[in-house]
Design a protein. Structure first.
Length: 396
């Protein structure tokens, strides 16, 4: 971690400590930090029992906490200047202005369902993970809350258990049918590594990101209005395709088998299946490349192919995402670029040679990419030069 990257987290921690002191007139006993994440390759494969390859990034949700002697959880979101209170013995969903607290409530509910002994706490949270950009601010909040409950309650969870309980909270309490990827990488990330995850078996492998490259994230600032409805539609289309092919999930289909069955599938279902099957193959190729010679050019080619597949076969891109990707594709030093996340807005991920961003922290490159995007769309974007970061952790 560079000094500037470390300073950003130190500043965030200092701010959350001050906010805790102001809110509760006492110092916190612990501070936890959970990173956002970006998916390098492997999009819309997790809910098809497939393969994904995300990395945690050096943007964080931090929580300052202290235990209480009762069942009360008091939360203050310093970013929103909003507070919420709930009782661990009677957890209910929040509505309206405090609905942001449903992520912490859901985590508490899932932990309670698992049988651990919860304890009340006072907490303040602060974040520099962009909200609504597809960088998993919600998973960071969930996993930070889970570790906070661990440290004040004194119980143990391994990283996989923690990720699964946080996914349960989002699926069953918050009501979003997400896959396991986001919570898994936030819980188990490792600095300077990406995480290869088999979403069926939950086997995982840390894969070192070769020296000489950086991850550059470009935020389109396009509101992702279609995500929920189209996400559920894509799941149904994939399930329909798997059923027609006689398998439990598209994970079990090869490109050769899919091509031979093209005549039995309607064109839309075939294209959806082709994306998932080919994307799984691209993830495996990317991981094999990193295990081998670490050819960054090949990784970039796979990322480019992923975007084309997401755009044409899965149809979850949008003009704004395409404009951002196309602005990056012809920049010197950009090895690969693609949309990342659920789609219809949000961010792109760019694999960039280290020397391009080393001197000015990427300002010149981002100025060119974001300027072309701004001219094409009229929107005001944002960009972040990132490194792969450690997963959730206790800072003190």
């Amino acid at each position: 971690m560079t000094s500037s990257e470390g300073q950003r987290l130190r500043d965030l921690v200092a701010s959350v400590r001050v906010a805790f002191q102001q809110e509760y007139e006492a110092a916190p006993t612990h501070v936890v930090a959970a990173p956002g994440r970006v998916n390098i390759i492997g999009e819309h494969t997790d809910y098809n029992d497939g393969f994904v390859f995300p990395a945690a990034i050096d943007r964080h949700v931090v929580m300052a906490v202290s235990p209480r002697a009762d069942w009360t959880v008091r939360l203050h979101a310093a970013d929103l200047d909003s507070s919420a209170v709930f009782d661990l013995q009677a957890i209910s969903r929040a509505e309206g202005e405090t609905s942001w607290s449903n992520y912490q409530r859901g985590v508490a509910w899932a932990l309670g369902e698992s049988g651990v002994a919860l304890r009340g706490m006072d907490a303040v949270l602060l974040s520099d993970v962009p909200v609504g950009a597809g960088l998993s601010s919600s998973a960071a909040v969930e996993v930070a809350a889970a570790l906070a409950f661990q440290v004040v309650g004194g119980f143990a969870l391994d990283g996989v258990q923690r990720a699964l309980l946080c996914q349960k909270a989002e699926n069953e309490f918050v009501g979003m049918r997400c896959g396991i990827m986001d919570q898994f990488i936030v819980s188990l990330g490792k600095r300077d590594h990406a995480l290869f995850i088999d979403c069926r078996s939950l086997a995982y492998e840390q894969a070192a990101i070769p020296a000489g490259c950086r991850l550059v994230i470009c935020d389109t600032k396009k509101q992702r209005g279609l995500v929920d409805s189209e996400y559920n539609n894509r799941r149904q289309e994939c399930e329909r395709g798997a059923s027609a092919l006689g398998v439990s999930s598209l994970r079990d289909v090869t490109l050769k088998r899919l091509d031979s069955a093209q005549g039995t599938l309607d064109p839309v279902t075939f294209r959806r299946c082709r994306h998932v099957v080919s994307e799984n193959a691209r993830v495996l190729q990317a991981v094999d490349t990193l295990r081998g010679d670490g050819d960054l050019v090949r990784i970039g080619e796979l990322m480019n192919a992923s975007h084309i597949s997401l755009r044409d076969d899965y149809e979850v891109s949008c003009p704004e995402l395409d404009a951002m990707v196309e602005a990056a594709w012809h920049q010197e030093g950009v090895l690969g670029a693609r949309m990342t996340g659920a789609g219809f807005g949000g961010c792109t991920i760019n694999l960039v040679r280290e020397e391009v961003v080393a001197e000015d922290e990427g300002a010149a490159l981002l100025s060119r990419i974001l300027g072309e995007y701004r001219d094409a769309t009229g929107l005001e974007p944002a960009g972040y030069v990132c490194r792969a970061e450690e997963g959730v952790r206790l800072l003190d």
